[in-house]
Design a protein. Sequence first.
Length: 64
Amino acid sequence: MRCGSRATRRPPRRRTDIATRGAGLRDALRARGEALHWHPPFMGQRYAHWVDGLNGDWLISRQP
């Protein structure tokens, strides 16, 4: 039940996404990971698997 006032529309939310579908960003992230000295060493493999698994846009900010 409404109170009698008019319904207001919210403006669309602004988003900032990083496109991770292209190979360019993935290659850059992988190269940066290979240039680092990882401690413990298995974290380098974990990072590489994470980079390989990027398959969509990465939402980095969202404003209400």
